[in-house]
Design a protein around this ligand. Structure first.
Ligand code: BGC
Length: 252
């Protein structure tokens, strides 16, 4: 069974059809730069272009960097403010003609890792954290996702942790990997104090092996600490897994 997964990010919108049994992409992913400003209409047009690229009219799963509840965007931390309260599901379904589901981007990455990656087979308390422009979080207990946890925004040193410890801070403040890792360590200490996870999976762009080796050795947690396995495909795969619900025939 296949579903088209699309991952909407601040710099790129990427999609590919996903084989739900193996988690593999069935075609090379298609990427289009995120339009600026990334308004709902502009982004919906790109989503439509990606469905057309694959000649797709079946179920569509999208990952989006905001809290998503009943199909609506409840926050707009790193996207255009005009997304607030937009019915993202209705917008994309109308624009593409495909039955559509939408979930938070980190939740999508978490679903993918729990099914095909670092969280496979784990039934204890698992937390995936993505470090990129923002900090995303996906929390699983007994493999069940607690959606929209937004743990990137916990308070650290009296302020939102995200601008302090996201990978964007490393780039913008030109921090060495070691100095940035010190901030991530403070963030992880706080997270462990609040949640006591059994496994922490570090995802996002920094989880690529070449980057991970530069900071992972500095991090120490009581929880098992590993890097994500699906890397930049996780959002696409997780979005497709989430849309699986569209395939289930309703009970009569
Ligand atoms: C947003 C989250 C998102 C994360 C990663 C944060 O700024 O609030 O919803 O998951 O960035 O994109």
């Amino acid at each position: 069974m296949q579903i088209l997964g699309i991952d909407i990010g601040g710099s790129g919108i990427k999609g590919a059809p996903v084989d739900l049994e193996s988690g593999r992409l069935l075609a090379e992913r298609h990427r289009i730069a995120t339009p600026q400003p990334a308004t709902p209409t502009a982004v919906a047009d790109v989503v439509r272009k990606i469905t057309r690229h694959f000649g797709w009219s079946g179920p569509l799963g999208c990952a989006f960097p905001a809290r998503i509840k009943h199909g609506k965007a409840l926050t707009a931390a790193n996207v255009d403010d005009s997304w607030l309260n937009t019915d993202v599901v209705a917008l994309f379904a109308e624009r593409t003609g495909c039955p559509t589901t939408v979930l938070n981007d980190a939740d999508a990455a978490g679903l993918a890792e729990m099914t095909f990656g670092a969280g496979r087979g784990r039934t204890d308390l698992v937390l995936l954290l993505t470090f990129g422009t923002g900090i995303g979080s996906a929390l699983f207990i007994e493999r069940v996702l607690v959606p929209n946890t937004e743990l990137g925004h916990i308070i650290l040193h009296g302020k939102d942790a995200e601008p302090y410890a996201a990978d964007r801070a490393r780039k913008e403040e030109k921090l060495s990997w070691k100095r940035w890792a010190r901030r991530v360590q403070e963030y992880l200490d706080r997270i462990e104090f609040l949640l006591s996870p059994d496994l922490i999976i570090i995802g996002g762009g920094v989880s690529k092996p070449k980057r991970a080796e530069k900071f992972m050795p500095y991090l120490h947690t009581q929880a098992e600490l590993v890097t994500a396995q699906l890397r930049n495909e996780a959002g696409i795969v997780g979005a497709a897994l989430h849309a699986r619900s569209l395939l289930k025939t309703p009970a009569k």
